[in-house]
Write a new protein. Structure first.
Length: 629
């Protein structure tokens, strides 16, 4: 009986306490404060706030206050009212997704409510929520104009009530340089330089709109620029999410022809698969909790139809490359690489729902993991390049060795006007066909690839491609570069002993060519090194058993690319031609810092000696003047 009496006494006490707390909270007042403590009634989605509740009377015990947003079941913030007090304020928190309800509808007017001691109160506050801006970042050989379908009063974003900014559009300062198809020999910015410009652009957008956070919608190389920004440039956490469209997270081999010509450097080098996997992805790992979403293209399903990227691909970026780092989700669709930024289907089916992400979608994500270092895996021939004047033709001979099950040819043409005639190893001219050869022609000047075609089970021997100018070839002529991608046959493995090193630190470039155990008589083994300043040097590789290698000591800091080429013949006399593109990054390092310190010290000593000489000279003049007087 005694235990029952105690139990009922406890129940009565708790009911009384709850009733007391509820009564005391009956006339609660809610206030919203921005990060500077200023009271507000409207905000930009994503901005950080604190919420405050004040009751009509003090509570007699520590009491929790929970804040709820209209339509959201779980609380968005909380604070504790101490015994003897009537108020508390929550910690600072972001309002990400407050514009959108769980139904995906816009909630420009939202209601904030409070519950005290588990009881609801009549207190509520109407909030006006404005959309956070969307910043768009273009890719390689492109400009802000690629986003025109998203911009303006009739653009895709305006249909959602969102405001869009494309870097370079003039709405705020900032222009990226990722290269121009009209000036392929021109220099581009590095990823780092473009990331710094992106940071300035975002800061200007924030100032213009009052937004603390932006969404990034990025295409192709714009994804690498955005990742670098998050990791190395961003000072405050001002990105809500990144939506990648066809970004080559493990690089794209379609840049081989451009890199071989030394065009659009350093951007063309920074897209090399070896650079992305062994240099960029080893260092750019921090995303500061930002969600990553990928939309990848799978337009080309069959390997025959995808000349320079592994199928499936969007023509220049393989699906495997797009999803090679951890993503929150990967959406795929049949889409050409150049159409991602304009196609309405991409916006409606793949982008729109991500921009409408409701509260609860932005929990912090972990940083990325560095991938394992990898050597060259895909097999390519040497890149054959040059310049054709208007009215000229030229021939490119590519050796195809036995056991090659698929050979894909790809052509870069600065004028996008050349035609090809293909003569197989049998000596016969082959009429290229879309179904038989996967013939693809891309007229988009912002795409690296111009012409591609392939052959299944090609006959071993010399394949001769005649490149012809025509009426549409401009008077200045055309720069061209051609390579072949092989499946099967001989395998070239190439690597550098270091991919990130200090200036003056030596490295070793190695290559090994094998053909299913058959002996290969290597006629030549070389490495063409392109330095950060655009100059180049050719190195001969020496045989060390079946491995060919050369030691190299870079002196300049910056990005180097290396085209390693081995050619020879097998025992049956068939020619073998393989090339691999490597890349490594030389950082200023201790040696450069030490040299700088020595130079500074030498300059200080020289200045000190100069001052002593000046002092002695002035003193001598003074003595002479005194004697003369």
């Amino acid at each position: 009986m005694r235990r029952i009496a105690v139990f009922f006494t406890l129940i009565v006490f708790l009911v009384t306490l709850a009733g007391s707390a509820s009564a005391q909270a009956g006339n609660a007042t809610i206030r919203v404060l921005d990060r500077n403590g200023v009271e507000i009634t409207d905000l930009v989605d994503g901005n950080s706030i604190r919420v405050n509740v004040k009751l009509s009377a003090n509570v007699t015990a520590d009491t929790d206050a929970l804040f709820f947003l209209g339509g959201i079941i779980s609380e968005v913030a909380s604070c504790s009212i101490k015994a003897g007090s009537d108020t508390c304020t929550s910690p600072l928190f972001p309002t990400l997704g407050w514009l959108w309800g769980i139904d995906g509808a816009t909630h420009a007017e939202n209601t904030l409510k409070v519950a005290v001691a588990g009881q609801g109160t009549p207190a509520s506050l109407a909030l006006r929520v404005r959309p956070r801006p969307v910043v768009m970042v273009h890719g390689f050989i492109s400009s802000w104009e690629t986003w025109q379908s998203y911009l303006g009063l009739n653009g895709y974003l305006a249909s959602m009530g969102l405001q869009g900014f494309a870097v370079g559009d003039g709405q705020v300062p900032g222009v990226l340089n990722t290269g121009s198809s009209s000036n392929p020999a021109g220099r581009t910015n590095s990823i780092q330089q473009n990331a710094e410009i992106l940071g300035q652009y975002i800061a200007a957008v924030q100032k213009t709109t009052g937004a603390e956070k932006v969404d990034l919608l990025v295409h192709s190389m714009g994804g690498m620029i955005s990742r670098f920004y998050l990791d190395r440039v961003m000072q405050t956490e001002n990105v809500a999410q990144v939506i990648f469209l066809g970004s080559p997270m493990a690089g794209s081999a379609c840049t081989y022809p451009l890199a071989a010509l030394g065009y659009l450097m350093p951007a063309s080098q920074e897209i090399l698969p070896y650079y992305m996997v062994n240099v960029f992805n080893q260092q750019i790992l921090h995303r500061h909790g930002v969600p990553f979403h990928m939309v990848a293209g799978t337009l080309l399903i069959e390997p025959l139809t995808s000349p320079c990227a592994e199928a499936p691909s969007d023509s220049v970026v393989a699906l495997g490359s797009a999803k090679s780092i951890v993503m929150d989700d990967v959406q795929s669709l049949s889409m050409f690489h150049g159409n991602f930024t304009s196609d309405r289907q991409v916006f409606d089916q793949n982008v729109k729902h991500l921009l409408e992400a409701p509260p609860g979608s932005f929990a912090p994500r972990p940083d990325l993991l560095a991938p394992s270092l990898s050597a060259q895996t895909e097999q390519f021939s040497k890149v054959y390049g040059g310049h054709l004047k208007a009215g000229e033709n030229t021939q490119v001979t590519i050796e195809i060795d036995p056991n090659v099950s698929l050979a894909n040819f790809s052509l870069y043409d600065s004028s996008r006007s050349l035609t090809v005639e293909v003569r197989g190893a049998s000596g016969n001219i082959i009429q290229l066909d879309v179904s038989k050869n996967g013939l693809i022609k891309i007229d988009d000047p912002a795409t690296m690839l111009y012409l591609g075609y392939g052959f299944k089970q090609p006959k071993p021997g010399k394949w001769v491609v005649t490149l012809k100018t025509g009426p549409e070839t401009p008077a200045r002529g055309a720069d061209y570069a051609m390579t072949a991608r092989f499946v099967g046959g001989s395998v070239l493995s190439a690597s550098s002993s270091a991919t990130i090193l200090d200036a003056g630190q030596p490295l070793t470039i190695e290559a090994h060519l094998q053909a299913d155990g058959a002996q290969i008589n290597v006629d030549s083994a070389s490495a063409l090194v392109r330095r950060p300043d655009g100059t180049q040097e050719s190195l001969a590789l020496s045989a060390q058993g079946e491995t060919y290698s050369v030691n190299y000591q870079p002196q300049q800091s910056g990005l180097y690319s290396v085209e390693v080429t081995l050619s020879g013949k097998n025992a049956d006399g068939f020619g073998i031609d393989r090339a691999a593109f490597l890349a490594f990054e030389v950082q200023p390092g201790n040696a450069a810092v030490q040299n700088t310190r020595l130079l500074v010290l030498a300059a200080v000593l020289a200045l000190f000696l100069l001052l002593i000489l000046l002092f002695l000279w002035l003193r001598l003049r003074k003595k002479k003047a005194k004697k003369a007087g």
